[in-house]
Design a protein around this ligand. Structure first.
Ligand SMILES: Nc1nc2c(ncn2[C@@H]2O[C@@H]3COP(=O)(O)O[C@H]4[C@@H](O)[C@H](n5cnc6c(=O)[nH]c(N)nc65)O[C@@H]4COP(=O)(O)O[C@H]3[C@H]2O)c(=O)[nH]1
Length: 716
């Protein structure tokens, strides 16, 4: 018996007050050994203690005597101030309702520590029904309370994670109904709440998965491995939208190993999927036209070859190149060029079946792969005709209308090549053949085309050699006055005498030389040669005429005026006997710089004419700003003068407007008397064409000038 903690008892000596009778020893021992305290208090403001058992010291740190009749402190003082009101209300309610007191609260121990206690008790009622005392038992439940609180906290935390997770969390039965889901899953699947999802989504296989087999696959993996990771599927949201999700889940089994449910997480990955698809698309498609690019073309063609090898059938590869693309790009700018490429891409697609492919190979080149051509060559030819017609339909850029044509080369598997590279090369060679044939046509590959200089690399090597080995020649074509038919000039036209292929026309190599940057040295050679030749004719006493030299857009650089001055000085030719022919697109391209360069050239004293007039897009009024002396009407208008009223009207309009602008007019490509008569009648100044003389060697032109001198002499 701990004397210091001996039970305190205050006999009230009042028979109306219930009191614990003086206990026998057994009861005392029992009370002393209780893990808690037995108490009796008055139901007054301070809950004055009348009896408290020995455990008081251990529970509160105070001796029973300290509390007895509030000697040191009252029972109310012992209760933690924050809980006092709650305890008071609870006790009052219980007493009033004659219920058992059952309450948990904190007390402040003598050593300052706060402990949780669980107090139970009853009101002791007197004869009048008035409560006389409260009796009960109180024990320390701090450990249980803290454990419960920790559990609650842990649960709260997990619930918070569950409720607030960005990922969806679920539990489902193996037969596909939801047991529990979190708000995120409801959000991902488009339901109002987790409850809404659980009641609405009853059949996961069919209501959720776009491909119901995914559920089978999910179950199979679960059976085999007991889990799935990064399981990606397309699913329906409540509103029918389709999204991508990725699931991580595991099978939950009971102790006996029986499957209870599946639980896991769901991540919405639509954006990532779209991004991945976009990346894949970018790697395999051309950004401008959206068509498959070179990489995809190669893969596709390889598959087409494999297919044709296994199953037979004719596969064709068509190389489509736009004829005037460079010109449009240079003169109208890249934006218009881009629009044109997009238009052509759409038109090509519209000519093909779904199983065919059109890819952009680069620049203005497109490649078509036509599989399983049951119609044979005739069928392919029909498709090519359709494509030529579709590409050449007029197209609109802003408020202007344009025309463009294409040249197509076709190779066939297996006749023209058995692998991707060879088929493409053969189609490319055939395309060059189509260009040579006058453009706006298609050609099937033939083995002899391989020996032609159709490969660009070979072309480049050959052109460089041609410059070094002096394989270029200048021909001269006479220009005549329409007034008296006299020779009033010569146009210098380049020829390439290739040791392997004989005479090659400039149409075949000039565009390539322009593209490859070789036009500058070639152009310099032309200018020197023409000036030297003209000076030689003059020195030989022949009638002096200006020689006209074609200038490519690439030559229009700031150094050109100095270079021309230098060439004139070296050759000794007076500037008045040199004429430079620039095409319309040179004029239009970078107008400010061109105006400056043209003025500098004009200051040297030479003549400038605008070539191929009418084929480009410059307006006559625009020409007012340029210091030019003459316009050359393109031969395409001259050719059609007699047949086509529009061409005749254009030629007439150009002549009269040029005269208003004080410019000379030269018609080129005059081939017959009818054209000659029309031009003369309508006031054209000069003519050039096969009717008066084809381009000829310098020696032939010397003779022609000699005859002219004789004729002039006779006339005098
Ligand atoms: N159908 C027909 N054609 C006729 C007639 N009369 C002349 N021609 C041809 O018309 C072209 C006129 O030259 P271009 O329009 O400047 O067109 C030239 C010019 O743009 C370019 N070119 C020629 N030589 C040079 C050069 O030295 N430098 C540059 N940059 N380009 C050149 O190559 C183009 C073609 O030259 P060529 O084949 O010599 O073709 C020449 C000439 O042979 C005719 O009555 N009927």
């Amino acid at each position: 018996m701990k004397t210091a903690a001996s039970p305190a008892f205050q006999d009230q000596g009042n028979s109306s007050v219930h009191s614990i009778p003086r206990s026998p020893r057994l009861l005392e021992t029992l009370l002393a050994n209780l893990d808690g305290v037995v108490y009796r208090s008055r139901d007054d403001e301070r809950w004055t203690i009348e009896f408290v058992s020995e455990g008081c010291l251990e529970l509160t740190g105070y001796l029973p005597e300290d509390l007895l009749l509030n000697q040191r402190l009252s029972f109310a003082d012992l209760i933690h101030p924050d809980d006092r009101e709650m305890v008071r209300a609870h006790v009052a309610q219980c007493v009033a309702a004659r219920r058992r007191i059952d309450v948990e609260y904190r007390i402040s121990r003598a050593d300052g520590e706060t402990r949780w206690v669980w107090a139970r008790g009853v009101g002791i009622y007197g004869a009048g029904g008035k409560v006389e005392a409260l009796e009960g038992f109180m024990q320390d439940v701090t450990e249980r309370k803290e454990a419960a609180q920790a559990l609650q906290e842990a649960e709260r935390r997990y619930r918070s994670i569950f409720e607030n997770a960005i990922e969806g969390v679920f539990q489902t039965t193996p037969d596909g109904t939801y047991i529990a889901v979190n708000p995120a899953l409801a959000r991902i699947y488009g339901y109002r709440s987790p409850e809404d999802l659980i009641v609405s989504l009853r059949d996961i296989r069919h209501q959720l998965y776009v491909e119901p087999e995914r559920r089978n696959e999910f179950m199979r993996l679960m059976e085999e491995r007991g889990q799935v990771s990064n399981f990606e599927s397309r699913v329906y949201r409540r509103d029918g939208d389709i999204i991508w999700i990725s699931e991580n889940a595991r099978a939950v089994c009971d102790e006996a190993g029986n499957l209870v449910c599946y639980e896991g997480t769901v991540e919405a990955i639509t954006e990532r999927k779209l991004y991945e698809a976009e990346m894949r698309h970018q790697a395999t498609h051309d950004a401008l036209t959206g068509l498959p690019n070179r990489n995809m073309l190669h893969d596709h063609l390889q598959r087409a070859i494999n297919n044709a090898r296994q199953k037979g059938g004719l596969t064709a590869v068509a190389f489509v190149d736009l004829d005037q693309f460079k010109f449009i790009n240079d003169s109208l700018g890249h934006q218009v060029g881009d629009e044109l490429l997009k238009t052509v891409a759409q038109r090509l697609q519209s000519c093909l079946r779904d199983s065919d492919m059109v890819a952009r190979q680069g620049g203005d080149e497109f490649v078509l792969v036509l599989q399983n051509q049951t119609g044979g060559e005739a069928g392919i030819a029909e498709v090519m005709q359709r494509i030529l017609a579709a590409v050449s339909r007029p197209w609109q850029a802003g408020d202007r209308e344009f025309h463009i044509t294409s040249s197509i080369g076709v190779s066939r598997y297996p006749t023209d090549g058995k692998d991707v590279e060879t088929l493409l090369k053969s189609a490319d060679s055939a395309m060059y053949r189509a260009k040579e044939q006058g453009r706006n046509n298609f050609q099937f590959f033939a083995p002899w085309m391989d020996s032609q200089v159709s490969n660009r690399l070979e072309m480049l090597i050959s052109l460089r050699r041609a410059l070094d080995q002096q394989e270029f020649k200048l021909f001269y074509q006479p220009k005549l006055s329409l007034k008296d038919g006299s020779i009033i000039g010569a146009e210098a036209l380049i020829r390439w005498e290739s040791p392997e292929q004989g005479m090659i026309s400039p149409d075949r190599f000039i565009p390539f030389a322009e593209e490859a940057g070789l036009i500058v040295p070639i152009g310099e050679w032309v200018l020197r040669t023409a000036c030297r030749q003209n000076k030689a004719w003059q020195d030989a006493g022949l009638p002096p005429v200006p020689v006209a030299v074609n200038l490519s857009p690439r030559q229009m650089n700031p150094a050109l005026p100095d270079f021309v001055a230098d060439v004139l000085a070296q050759s000794g030719l007076a500037a008045a006997w040199l004429e430079l022919e620039i095409t319309e697109n040179v004029v239009m391209k970078d107008a400010e710089k061109t105006v400056a360069a043209l003025h500098a050239l004009k200051r040297l004293g030479l003549q400038i004419s605008v070539d191929d007039f009418g084929t480009g897009y410059s307006s006559l009024s625009y020409l007012r700003r340029f210091p030019v002396d003459a316009l050359k009407i393109d031969k395409s208008f001259v050719r059609d003068i007699a047949r086509d009223a529009d061409s005749a009207a254009i030629v007439k309009a150009v002549i009269s407007l040029a005269h208003i602008l004080n410019l000379r007019v030269i018609a080129e490509g005059v081939e017959d008397e009818e054209q000659h008569a029309f031009l003369k009648e309508n006031g054209c100044d000069e003519v050039q064409g096969y009717y008066f003389g084809k381009p000829m060697t310098a020696a032939d032109f010397t003779r022609r000038l000699g005859e002219e001198a004789g004729r002039l002499g006779e006339a005098r």
